[in-house]
Design a protein around this ligand. Sequence first.
Ligand code: ADP
Ligand code: MG
Length: 298
Amino acid sequence: MHAHDADNQRTDQAAGLRQQRNQRPVKVITVTGGKGGVGKTNISANLAVSLSMLGRRVMLLDADLGLANIDVMFGLQPHHNLADVVNGERSLQEVIVNGPAGVMIVPGASGISDMANLTPAHHAGIVNAFSELTVDLDTLLVDTAAGIGDGVLRFAEAAHEVLVVVCDEPTSITDAYAIIKVLSSERGVSRFRVVTNMTRQGGDGSGLFEKLLRVTDRFLDVSLDHAGSIPFDDRVWRAVQLQTPFVTAFPTSLAAGALKKLAHRADKWELPKTARGNIEFFVERLLSGAGQAESEVA
Ligand SMILES: Nc1ncnc2c1ncn2[C@@H]1O[C@H](COP(=O)(O)OP(=O)(O)O)[C@@H](O)[C@H]1O
Ligand SMILES: [Mg+2]
């Protein structure tokens, strides 16, 4: 081997390492649904654990201010949360809590959903926090609050994939429609993955998916993909009581089987070829709120 070949090889290796550390694309999936109580937190938490069990490095960001927070679901008692990161008092590394199956959890903070009111200093704090993150990630899952507040919309528009959780109740269908509508008309999101949840008696959720599809097809220019269906299963509720994910507490349950199927699918979702998929890019998009600025001008 010539000396310069070895040099080239070293340069390639260094470039490869840089590639792995900084440019490694992180798939960002935001879980939303409009309505509260449809299963967003249960699905994001168990999807995170399932993806982790498939060997992915997964971070779960709690952007929900509701009562059923991720840390409560997993029986964790975090000392710090995202608010400390935003205020520049802690690094992201310091607030991350180790969850089941090695999922890295960023505990939620009241105020963070109010992204529009963060000061430039807060923005800088968040960007720095994510840039300094030394762990390699494959997937970032974001669990959002109910409703269509600005924070929820920002987390959705900044993600690669928006997972809309819907169950077979008129209010859930209406709310799912509402969030799809506002994301498509004001935030430029045109592609959605739908998870039908709490389906009954062996139903595969296709009827419910069709219901939602009929209204979106009629009134909106969006594409919907039926990503999966989770049956109503008492063990979901029991796992919540036990403060453990149902995929590990009751691995043979119907809900766990369905969730694992969803995880296999989600794992195969490809990032856009052009994606500057790294975490900093997500954070930049999260904070820039481009869609919001445009709609304010209009
Ligand atoms: N597939 C399911 N089968 C049975 N109960 C479910 C299922 N999915 C969610 N639940 C229950 O619904 C309630 C709300 O779920 P949660 O994930 O907190 O909803 P959200 O985050 O949308 O408010 C919880 O009590 C949970 O146990
Ligand atoms: Mg929730």
